[in-house]
Design a protein around this ligand. Structure first.
Ligand SMILES: NC(=O)C1=CN([C@@H]2O[C@H](COP(=O)(O)OP(=O)(O)OC[C@H]3O[C@@H](n4cnc5c(N)ncnc54)[C@H](O)[C@@H]3O)[C@@H](O)[C@H]2O)C=CC1
Ligand SMILES: O=C([O-])CC(=O)C(=O)O
Length: 265
């Protein structure tokens, strides 16, 4: 196992592997600030792990977990897939701008696994997608600070402190949203890929000073079941954009790799 990116998600996942997950052994991590990561490992982990470049993670690992900024997805995933390895992708939004990764997985026998991340119900969405889905709608409410830095809002001079009442900042498809909100709406892309496609997944984003949690409310209408799904994510201390459930979802995916009984999906 190797973990690429040592931020809110990567540090948590690496520590869980260090603490012990049956059948899995951490061999390396990757971090932007190598000295800081080495100091963190020395102070908090049970033993030393090599801190290597993103491109080198797959060398000694069968499974590579990507937890880095979206624009670095291919740096982690391409070498791993070309060695026929499994990549757990958390920057799922970046799969849209990196279609070559699915081709690499096919050509070299690698696999791309996308955890549920900060979302819920992808199992049921995939199930109803085996029949006919009529409509998928998602409403995201985030504390304004959780949208800070989104390119679509930076372009409009967005100031989170100036938002005093719930304000709709986006209305469109998941496919359109990930361009302007690459670090905020992975969940919408995951929903689209699980269901009727990112171009057919309608999304509203609200900067909402009345919420303290990243809240996603989803409705799906289909020929087998109608779904109403809601999740209220407590942000991580390290990164207000990222819900605490996200690294837990990665750990759940990793446990399922070798579990004798797999529930759901
Ligand atoms: N699928 C989902 O539901 C969710 C996905 N995400 C996505 O997961 C990804 C990671 O999120 P966080 O851990 O919260 O971000 P973060 O910003 O806390 O961590 C990313 C880490 O990657 C490191 N990094 C930057 N350049 C690097 C390089 N060249 N080599 C190695 N490491 C490098 C950064 O220093 C940072 O520590 C983001 O793309 C985020 O948008 C976040 C939340 C939910
Ligand atoms: O944590 C959340 O609620 C969702 C999130 O950041 C993302 O989709 O990237």
């Amino acid at each position: 196992m190797a973990v690429g990116g040592f931020g809110a998600i990567g540090k948590f996942v690496a520590k869980a592997l260090d603490d012990g997950i049956e059948g899995l052994e951490l061999v390396a991590v990757s971090a932007h600030n190598v000295a800081k990561a080495e100091a963190h490992i020395a102070a908090n982990f049970s033993r030393h792990y090599n801190v290597v470049a993103l491109e080198e993670l797959a060398q000694d690992a069968d499974v590579v977990v990507e937890c880095c900024p979206a624009e670095l997805l291919s740096n982690v995933a391409s070498p791993a897939l070309m060695q026929g390895k499994t990549v757990v992708v958390i920057s799922v939004g970046a799969l849209l701008s990196n279609p070559h990764l699915e081709k690499l997985a096919r050509d070299y026998g690698g696999r791309i696994l996308v955890p549920s991340g900060a979302l819920l119900g992808l199992d049921a969405v995939q199930s109803v997608g085996q029949g006919e889905i009529y409509e998928v709608n998602m409403i995201t409410q985030k504390p304004p600070i959780g949208l800070n830095g989104a390119p679509a809002l930076v372009a409009q001079g967005f100031d989170p402190a100036a938002i005093k009442e719930p304000t709709k900042v986006f209305d469109g498809t998941a496919e359109q949203a990930i361009v302007g909100f690459p670090a905020n709406l992975n969940v919408a892309v995951a929903l689209g890929l699980a269901g009727s496609g990112v171009a057919n997944t309608h999304l509203e984003i609200w900067a909402d000073p009345t919420v303290v949690r990243n809240t996603h409310t989803i409705t799906v209408r289909s020929d087998s079941a109608d779904l109403t799904l809601k999740i209220e994510n407590i942000p991580t201390e390290d990164n207000p954009k990222t819900g605490k459930i996200t690294p837990l979802s990665v750990i759940s995916t990793l446990r399922r790799l070798s579990a004798p009984v797999v529930i759901g999906a």
